[in-house]
Design a binder for this molecule. Sequence first.
Ligand SMILES: Nc1ncnc2c1ncn2[C@@H]1O[C@H](COP(=O)(O)OP(=O)(O)OP(=O)(O)O)[C@@H](O)[C@H]1O
Length: 311
Amino acid sequence: MIELQSLTKIYDGVTVVDDVSLTINSGEIATIVGTSGSGKTTLLRMINRLVQPSSGRILIDGEETSSIPAYELRRRIGYAIQGHGLFPHRSVGRNIGTVPRLLGWKQARIAARVDELLDLFGLEPGEFRDRMPHELSGGQQQRVGVARALAAGPNILLMDEPFGALDPIIRAKAQDDLLAIQRRIGTTIVLVTHDMNEAISLGHNIAVMDQGRLLQFAPPADIIARPGTPFVEALIGSEDRPFRMLALQRVRDLIEKGPASGPAIDAWANARAAYAELLWSGREAAPVQEGGAPVGRITRAALQSQAEKPV
Ligand SMILES: Nc1ncnc2c1ncn2[C@@H]1O[C@H](COP(=O)(O)OP(=O)(O)OP(=O)(O)O)[C@@H](O)[C@H]1O
């Protein structure tokens, strides 16, 4: 668990993070969203003490970070930034092994960890271990950047616009991969983004920042349905609200019995994609399949009711 208590940062008399308090539960993802200059990066970097707070406290599992030695913080907290930040003259394997080397791990343990992470991120170790960063695509570099941040097995991963440099298709894939990996290894993640869609699709909770202040910290459905301030409402965008609500749901939670014709929709697809498919194909209902087997149908009416403002 990460607890931020009245965290404040002042640079030359200017308060850039203003009395922020919030709690992130272990194994959850918190996304921090807000306009440029709202203090997101500064807030994130105070968690691993790359930036020293002017006042306030940060506790990790009840322990104040100011009393944890720097090397121990580095082991417990991984850090991944936009554009991956790989060392250009070091191989992929040496990049991933950076923190374990700093921590004095034995060579064989580092090599095994590098291969394990390459596997986890879908990069064949024999093929990628010795490549240089410029010999990878942007998406592959980004995966290596996240693998490097996870190398020492941290409980916490801080990510600053990790997917900012990726094109939309690779970006969506990278987000899915991150969710799958997070579910598997249970890391607590704090992720800064400009992109409200990303904040909604990844975050158990979303922190909305403006001018150094935390305006709202709540689950995506609450932020969408009950924005705490006009600024939060503007960030959500009123036209998009029903579709954002839909995007939070999976088809498998809305399946019903009954007939439907035409191509099937996957049970794990999100409800927004299913609604788009029904509108586009002019159908009132579509069959749903899971693992290739038919499991029922999804109707336009059921989807529509999910897009309404919750009471
Ligand atoms: N080292 C520093 N010295 C002085 N001012 C700083 C320093 N670092 C950040 N700031 C200022 O603090 C404010 C918040 O910056 P920060 O990078 O945290 O915002 P951000 O929300 O992450 O912005 P962006 O989305 O553009 O990256 C900005 O006005 C910035 O100029």
